[in-house]
Design a protein around this ligand. Structure first.
Ligand SMILES: C[S@@+](CC[C@H](N)C(=O)[O-])C[C@H]1O[C@@H](n2cnc3c(N)ncnc32)[C@H](O)[C@@H]1O
Length: 281
């Protein structure tokens, strides 16, 4: 698989913290899944609650069993180190958090946040970490509580990326080093070519068919993975994600891409507080 890194300074050269008024949705309303923007939160919460028991199994099939290792490698690339205090937003069943725990070396340094009570239960049972109810836009911790923030495959489920990235900035400690990422957002990105999109969509469909034949699945699991594909296909561009991180005040915003579809966004909260800086839009 090929690796590539894009650096945010190509799209936004002047760091400074804006407070954008407009909400930034990660994708348009998926009308086949929920009626309008106000229906998304309830839909996402209920579908993740209903499918939590199947999540790890489906993920293993889709990633050919490489998902955990890949997540841990991405965290190391982003600069996660032993002893850091970390929040994993959208912790799910704990696939990112298990990598975090082994890198930082102490489960007490790691907390998970997730709106789905079933996902939280699985993460807590699997890893023994503390897991709280919350969302990317509402992280139930004080300002500057963490050295590092991770989020795996939850970006598409957030209502407003601008509000979420401001919240990420708030809970992170200012960093002394502008060369290290303190934030790592992993997300699947729509393949650039039609062939790539057909292959990825086909891969999702085939894995689900194969799983249907050889194991039991909850009734809403196929619906989750169809929705999953729709949100990848309709997600805003990586450039918009990077611009939103910059607008929230992050510096050193980068995107590392593996295999053309695995995006790793990294960024740093600067040591000087830019929250009173004038808007540069
Ligand atoms: C696809 S799972 C990813 C789980 C895990 N991070 C991983 O890498 O496998 C997405 C998780 O994001 C959670 N989620 C949904 N909406 C969210 C939001 N607004 N903020 C944070 N997490 C959210 C879901 O409940 C679900 O557990």
């Amino acid at each position: 698989m090929s690796d590539r890194t894009e650096i945010e300074s190509k799209v936004h050269t002047q760091p400074g913290r804006n407070t954008p008024d407009a909400a930034l949705a990660p994708h348009p309303v998926i009308t086949g899944a929920y009626g309008g923007p106000e229906g998304k939160r309830a839909f996402v919460d209920t579908i993740f609650d209903a499918t939590a028991a199947d999540y790890d199994r489906v993920e293993r099939w889709l990633s050919f069993g490489t998902g955990r290792k890949y997540r841990a490698q991405a965290l190391v690339r982003a600069g996660l180190r032993s002893g850091m205090r970390v929040v994993d937003v959208g912790v799910g069943t704990g696939l990112v958090a298990s990598g975090i725990t082994s890198i930082v070396g102490d489960a007490n340094l790691v907390v998970g946040v997730d709106p789905s009570s079933e996902m939280r239960r699985y993460a807590h049972e699997a890893l023994g970490i503390s897991v709280c109810a919350g969302t990317a836009g509402g992280i139930p911790f004080e300002d500057a509580s963490f050295d590092f923030l991770a989020m795996g495959y939850a970006l598409r489920h957030i209502a407003d990326l601008n509000a979420a990235f401001q919240e990420f900035y708030r809970v992170l400690r200012p960093s002394q080093s502008h060369h290290e990422g303190q934030l790592c957002i992993m997300e699947l990105t729509r393949p650039r070519t039609l062939l790539g999109r057909l292959l990825l969509r086909g891969h999702f469909g085939l894995c689900l068919q194969a799983m249907r034949l050889c194991c039991r699945m909850g009734p809403r699991t196929p619906e989750l993975w169809r929705y999953y594909w729709e949100t990848i296909d309709q997600c805003i561009s990586p450039r918009r994600v990077m611009e939103a991180l910059s607008s929230a005040g992050f510096v050193n915003v980068k995107r590392h891409v593996v295999g053309g579809i695995f995006s790793e966004y990294t960024a740093t909260r600067p040591d000087h507080d830019t929250s009173s800086a004038p808007s540069n839009t």
